[in-house]
Design a protein around this ligand. Structure first.
Ligand code: NAD
Length: 422
């Protein structure tokens, strides 16, 4: 499966839907810049190993390029191109002044020591240094990258420039210019969007069951906000598998995470208050989790989780696509025919880049906001993005993804034309 083909199909479909100007369409069919680099590092055993790295700068009509960096054994150029394109769309959906970019290294960080990971991050930063910067292109964390990796990137970039430039990446630790609320922003943004949809569909959160595939930064934080608001989290999984409560009894994601950290995997045993017990959870594999009869299904791991092969077996009423490219185009067509509402990635998971934008603004002005300020501003942007995407969906009699794309393409098109780019 080539995610870039999927992304380009989405572009074509939405461009036709809104009658996008030919010039804008032509420009959006290809990324503006692609950097492909070899990253040789000394391994702990003394050998030399060369990894492959990428940075794709897709479009900067609306502002500097912006997008995360992913370390994954399956990462390749097509994946990074697709993710960079979706970043351009997302920033336009959220109405924040950024273009789209993405970076990646084909590597399994779980097989690297901390020292090897640091050396790999530093050489990647050296190779990117001439192409990134607060006015040019601002990386951030994505799958398998985290605030520590961002801290190494800031440090390496500072060595090259000769002075500290905190705004060169977002998702940094707080101590070196990170923003309050950034770590949980993607999950919180997804929560705000789901709340709006649940109101529109007149559902009762307390009776709404949820299954989440992927229990990392995004899946976990979303689970925490949903659980707090009374939604019933009845199944979660990570790359090793997951747990499901057949009786519909909800789980506390904080306790599940504590147990996962202690045991190295998700299992059914955790503590409620002072009582530690093995609750009656059934082990479940990732494919089965996707097919559970829940109200809301959340793919929060990798792209293509819901695809042509399994779409017919999905029983959820709502899919909140937190993973980039979590639902393929063919799958979405099948799901829409069954009446399933898919909240697309370009809307559901924009919370991360929105708070990255806040972090960048705070770095540039050297003035930092409280958590309440950050979350309030995030809620406002998410609510507006949802409402306007919904309006476009109604206007064009289409689904929410095409509604969000219509909105983004309008905004990018206007920016291109205003800059006389076509
Ligand atoms: P992460 O590395 O923190 O977590 C990924 C999770 O997915 C882990 O629990 C991992 O075990 C699980 N996983 C991996 N392969 C799996 C599989 N085959 N089946 C089930 N689970 C699997 O990454 P993250 O930051 O939470 O990102 C998750 C998704 O959200 C990605 O698609 C990412 O692009 C997207 N996203 C992340 C952010 C962000 O701010 N972190 C922002 C926007 C979008």
């Amino acid at each position: 499966m080539n995610p870039f083909n999927n992304a380009m199909e989405q572009l074509k479909k939405s461009a036709e839907l809104i009658g996008l100007e030919r010039g804008v369409f032509e420009r959006l069919k290809k990324p503006e810049n692609i950097l492909q680099v070899s990253l040789p590092i000394r391994m702990d055993d003394g050998s030399l190993k060369a990894f492959e790295g990428y940075r794709v700068q897709y479009n900067n009509s609306c502002g500097p390029y912006k997008g995360g960096v992913r370390f994954h054994p399956k990462t390749d150029l097509n994946e990074v191109k697709a993710l960079a394109f979706w970043m351009a769309i997302k920033c336009a959906v959220a109405g924040i002044p950024f273009g789209g970019a993405k970076g990646g290294i084909t590597a399994d960080p779980k097989k690297l020591s901390l020292g090897e990971l640091e050396r790999l991050t530093r050489i990647f930063t050296q190779k990117l240094a001439g192409f990134i910067g607060p006015e040019r292109d601002i990386p951030a964390p994505d799958v398998n990258t985290n605030p520590q990796i961002m801290a190494w990137m800031v440090d390496e970039y500072a060595k090259i420039k000769g002075y500290n430039v905190p705004g060169v990446v977002t998702g940094k630790p707080l101590e070196i210019g990170g923003s309050l609320g950034r770590n949980e922003a993607t999950g919180l943004g997804g929560f705000f969007v789901l709340e709006r949809l649940v109101k529109k569909l007149k559902l009762n959160p307390k009776k709404t069951t949820v299954a989440i595939q992927g229990f990392g930064n995004v899946g976990y934080n979303l689970a925490v906000f949903l659980h707090r608001a009374g939604y019933k989290i009845i199944a979660v999984s990570d790359s090793q598998g997951g747990i499901w409560n057949k009786n519909g009894q909800d789980m506390d994601p904080v306790e599940v995470m504590k147990s996962k950290k202690a045991k190295g995997q998700i299992d059914g045993c955790y503590c409620r208050g002072t009582v530690c017990d093995c609750l009656n959870f059934t082990k479940i594999d990732n494919e089965k989790l996707l097919q559970l009869p829940v109200d809301v299904l959340v793919p929060a791991a990798l792209e293509g989780a819901i695809n042509e092969k399994n779409a017919g077996r999905i029983k959820a009423k709502i899919i909140l696509e937190m993973a980039n490219g979590g639902v393929t185009l063919e799958a979405e067509e099948k799901l829409n025919k069954k009446g399933v509402v898919v909240v697309p990635d370009v809307l559901a998971n924009v919370g991360g880049v929105v708070v990255s934008y806040f972090e960048w603004v705070q770095n540039l002005q050297n003035y930092y906001w409280t958590l309440e300020e950050v979350n309030k501003k995030l809620e406002k942007i998410m609510d507006e993005a949802f409402e306007v995407a919904w309006q476009r969906k109604e206007k064009y009699q289409t689904n929410l993804r095409m509604g969000a794309f219509a909105l983004a393409l309008e905004r990018i098109g206007v920016a291109m034309k205003t800059r006389s780019e076509n």
